[in-house]
Design a protein around this ligand. Structure first.
Ligand SMILES: Cc1ncc(COP(=O)(O)O)c(C=O)c1O
Length: 440
């Protein structure tokens, strides 16, 4: 099986657990089942937001598929109903919606909107950010372009506001000003070179950068500098939106109610696995885009089936109180993980909001050296206990929790108990063995 896939997919398409990949044949809720019927607890998949194969979402797709699927050049109610439902979750100013098929398409359109509206070209992004796989987005994703031909002259990289291992840490007296001033400085340097800022792109909670929680108020300060430079503020909610953070529906709202992004991009969880994405923006930006006279057409974007699915996802979030559930279970998971932090010195930091949590593993308290091999070993051992977890961050040492939102209190206890046992074993062994020996 593995070789067949390797031959037709080639090595740039990766598998989880490449030495011993899992063949999944069905899934339900927060569980996935392999070909032998074994149940795995899924702590990874934030796309199956309301639970794998949720019957309400599956039925909505099935019913609409039997009735009509077409493109948005015809009138049908669901596209308007859907835009109105989404608008109720957002600040009033964000009242125009474009529907698309992937997070990458959404961010690419956001870039076009920003440039058309501001008539500027340059973009500021955070270090280690990932915003998608299109050429335009690889260019604004340091996570990718650092391994390719490098940074384009229209791209500027600001330090990640990581208060645990960033350039300013928890002991700094004004983290918001310190990190925001870095962006201000970048703008000033760009201006000196005659360059003009179109947008600041930021993931509301940087995920591939290692589940980072920017200090509250940072976005507002940055938005102030960016707006002054004539640019717009783009919040990428593709990983973290739709109630995952518990306290709010959108992760940017963790920064404070006074933050209103100019553009919000959505993807992944929006369709619970069906390819749907969305860009929400202001009337003014949408009008600048329309002023080009060039039609925006997207064959599949916002089709009736996608809208039916999107509406069903919103219904389930509401009906099953998943936002409040994410807060309750997320808080408990954080508490249990913090207890582990006291017990196991390898745990340097536990951070998160709702069911978006990172556990930063370190080799030493002083330097906070990423415990990369140990993190890999831990998730490999968890897989043997039928728990699927992944790592991220530049050091690949951050355990990344972003499970389906139906993840339960029992699931939280199960995964933390398993982690405790494995970490205790690792401590007894003195060190962990190299991953390749363990996986063979
Ligand atoms: C923050 C963020 N933005 C954009 C994307 C791109 O989304 P897609 O893979 O649906 O094109 C991703 C995908 O991982 C992402 O994590």
């Amino acid at each position: 099986m593995g070789w067949r896939r390797a031959r037709c997919r080639r090595s740039s398409c990766k598998l989880f657990f490449p030495e011993d990949p899992v063949k999944i044949v069905r899934a339900k809720g927060q569980y996935m089942y392999d070909e032998n019927g074994r149940q795995y607890l899924d702590c990874i998949n934030n796309v199956a937001h309301v639970g794998h194969c949720h019957p309400d979402v599956v039925n909505a797709a099935h019913e609409q598929n039997q009735l009509l699927n077409t493109n948005s050049r015809y009138l049908y109610d669901s596209i308007v109903d859907y835009a109105q439902r989404l608008s109720k979750t957002l600040p009033e100013k964000l009242c125009t919606f474009y529907f698309l098929n992937s997070g990458s398409e959404a961010n690419d359109l956001a870039l076009r909107l920003a440039r058309q509206h501001t008539k500027h070209t340059d973009v500021i992004v955070l270090d280690h950010a990932y915003h998608g796989h299109l050429t335009s987005l690889i260019d604004i994703s340091p996570y990718k372009f650092r391994n390719l031909e490098g940074q384009k002259d229209w791209v500027h990289v600001a330090p990640i506001p990581d208060t645990y291992r960033g350039i300013y840490r928890e002991d700094h007296k004004d983290l918001v000003a310190a990190y925001a001033n870095e962006v201000k400085e970048i703008i000033e340097q760009a201006h000196k070179k005659g360059r003009k800022i179109a947008a600041f792109f930021v993931e509301s909670l940087p995920s591939v950068a290692g589940q980072i929680i920017p200090p509250a108020g940072y976005f507002q300060k940055v938005a102030e500098h960016v707006h002054k430079a004539g640019g717009v503020f783009v919040a990428d909610e593709i990983q973290v939106g739709f109630g995952r953070v518990g306290k709010h529906f959108w992760a940017f709202q963790l920064q404070g109610e006074d933050l209103v992004p100019d553009i919000v991009t959505m993807g992944k969880p929006i369709g619970n696995g069906h390819p749907v994405a969305c860009v929400a923006t202001t009337k003014e930006i949408a009008e600048s885009f329309a002023a080009t006279g060039v039609e925006y057409f997207n064959t599949f974007g916002g089709n009736p089936v996608s809208c039916a699915i999107g509406l069903a996802v919103l219904d389930v979030i509401e009906k099953e109180h998943l936002q409040a559930h994410a807060m309750q279970v997320g808080n408990l998971l954080m508490e249990l993980l913090n207890q582990q932090k006291v017990k196991h010195p390898i745990i340097g930091d536990v951070r998160g909001a709702g069911l978006f949590i990172g556990v930063d593993l370190i080799k030493d308290k002083e330097k906070r050296t990423p415990a990369t091999e140990e993190a890999e070993y831990l998730i490999t051992r968890l897989k043997k206990e039928y728990i699927l977890l992944s790592t991220d961050g530049p050091g690949r040492n951050v355990l990344k929790f972003k499970p389906p939102m139906c993840f339960s209190v029992q699931d939280a206890k199960l995964v933390v108990d398993a982690m405790d046992k494995i970490l205790t074993d690792m401590e007894k062994e003195g060190a962990c063995e190299p991953v390749r020996d363990l996986q063979s």
